[in-house]
Design a protein around this ligand. Sequence first.
Ligand SMILES: [Zn+2]
Length: 273
Amino acid sequence: MVNSGGSEIRLTVSGPLPADTTEDVRARGAGVARQVAVLPVGSFEQHGPYLPLSTDTLIACAIAREVAAAFPVHLLPPVTISCSHEHAAWPGTVSISSVTLHAVVRDIADSLRRSGVDTLVLINGHGGNYVLGNVVQESSATGARMALFPAAEDWEAAREAAGVETSLLTDMHAGEIETSILLHTNPEFLKAGYETSDFVADDRRHLLSLGMSAYTKSGVIGRPSRASAGKGKELLASLAGSFGAYFSLLTSESEKDAVAAVAAAVPPVVDPH
Ligand SMILES: [Zn+2]
């Protein structure tokens, strides 16, 4: 990978933690007009009897690693506990409030800005972190560039590219997608049982009020039996490709260029008439 300054970007990552030195960050920042930081946001919550509590953190970090291997971004260590209140019925789950998560992200963005990194991408591994959307909206409205990745459309594109059989609606938690990614990145974290734990509960309209335990006994909603390491690899590759449009948008010179970058990345709508 070569940045716009022509120097080689070397990714130094070991497990979920970046191995960059301050000099690595200095060198990477020297060649680019606008520095982009990437913050993985995971969770510590039940993922059925076979996936670890840290599943969302491992997935957010895996996506962030793929992104950092392909684009000259400043990779941050993960936020490992977030808003998992809907999983509180299961042992091991730990949460912080949405207000706290909002404050943590805002503080990190402020700190980055003071050191010359004015653009932040949140790579979210946990669907219950609704507040991250608000953080990005509020930040963007004040002129500070921020994005939330992956969007549902990016997951849908990745699902199709990887041949994931279960729909995003059905594959809600500890299902085909999450199990596939861990089979690829961290098979040593998986315990037996995913082959026989499929459970479907598509209508979850009272989830916010009742929590996950109203819809699943095992903590699983999805079809983990369809998971494979190959699908996990393809999912991550597709997501890294999708990140390109975000990088173009966030590093564009003006708002007009940003809109053009997005238009160029989205396939044109074909009028059937
Ligand atoms: Zn998860």
